[in-house]
Design a protein around this ligand. Structure first.
Ligand SMILES: [Zn+2]
Length: 329
């Protein structure tokens, strides 16, 4: 079996749902350490990110090691490898490590690797890396090996109304939180959203029973914001509030629109993603990885063996292009 496939089999066989990445992180840490990389653990709660370097890196290959549930065991046929994480993103991780070990063996240095935890829930791992100054990062997400330099941002926020409970036969004694929330939501509906951006009212909660005036109510919104959209939405939402309602930011991931450097000019540029990635947390980089995003998170998660092999070749070539270059760091 090909080295990339052997490694991907190992990675898929270690369950690593978000929150439970410690075993897989230790595996990757030990593997890279044994091969002569300078390896660091960056603690994230009960688990950790891994940073590995050889020399003074001009480029980093990066992938998250957590997956969504449920665990799906490794299997394969002629063409594909199946299992949880096959394309999102253990396929990228396996190709990056395989390429790096080959490069290191042939004496290539000045590149690094970053492996993170917590991507599938709230980006908690990559957020811990903000103090590091990585010159350029290749983020391994399934892009069918196209270089993607732009993606939407995410803004998740919750509007909560606080009223006063009372018996529903005594409306003058209570303040109806659902009513108050609806008034605020009507004003939110009137906010002009940039045409490419998307606002979704995702969840509404409130009330207890037919004979109680509801004391609290809330609405959860999710926004996908185009990199071309410069509007300050939090400010807009605040202006829709009344004295009974407040807005709370749950998640804010900025949009990305990076330049593709000359080191990557030989790549096909992929379409802008409407989802967010860890690239939003790095100063500069692109997203590039094997696999098709449509199989991510699915019961049928898979990656083509040919593409995995090609990814190993491509990651090596990228590293070589960067270390041979004069890219300002
Ligand atoms: Zn994912």
């Amino acid at each position: 079996m090909d080295n990339g496939i052997i490694l991907l089999k190992k990675l898929i066989s270690i369950p690593s749902e978000t929150g439970n990445e410690k075993v897989i992180c230790n595996f990757v840490y030990s593997l890279l350490k044994k091969e002569g990389f300078l390896v660091q653990k960056i603690s994230v709660g009960n688990r950790f990110n891994v940073i590995a370097k050889i020399g003074k890196p001009k480029v980093f290959l990066q992938a998250h090691l957590d997956t969504v549930p449920p665990f799906i065991k490794f299997s394969q046929d002629e063409k594909f490898i199946y299992g949880r994480g096959a394309c999102d993103t253990k396929g990228s991780a396996a190709a990056m490590i395989t390429a790096s070990l080959e490069l290191a063996k042939s004496g290539v240095k000045d590149f690094g690797l970053i492996f993170t935890v917590g991507e599938e829930v709230d980006f908690t791992g990559v957020k811990k890396l903000s103090k590091y100054n990585f010159p350029f990062v290749i983020v391994g997400e399934p892009t069918s090996l196209k270089a993607v330099n732009a993606h939407f941002g995410i803004l998740v926020f919750k509007i909560t109304a606080k009223g006063k409970a009372a018996h529903s036969s005594l409306p003058e004694k209570g303040i109806n939180a659902i009513q108050l929330l609806l008034e605020t939501l009507n004003r939110v509906n009137k906010i002009k959203i940039f045409p490419e951006s998307i606002l979704t009212l995702a969840k509404i909660e409130g009330g207890i029973a037919d004979n109680i005036i509801p004391e609290t109510a809330s609405a959860l919104y999710s926004m996908r914001i185009s990199p071309n959209d410069k509007k300050d939405y939090i400010k807009e939402f605040k202006s829709a509030l009344s004295k009974y309602t407040k807005v709370e930011q749950i998640l804010n991931v900025s949009s990305v629109n990076n330049k593709i450097p000359s080191e990557l000019s030989f790549f096909k540029v992929g379409e802008m993603l409407k989802g967010s990635t860890e690239l939003a947390f790095f100063k500069n980089g692109v997203i590039l990885g094997p696999g098709d995003i449509k199989f991510a998170h699915s019961q049928d998660e898979k990656i083509e063996k040919k593409e995995l092999k090609e990814a190993v070749r491509i990651y090596s070539k990228i590293v070589e292009n960067f270390i041979g270059s004069n890219l300002a760091t």
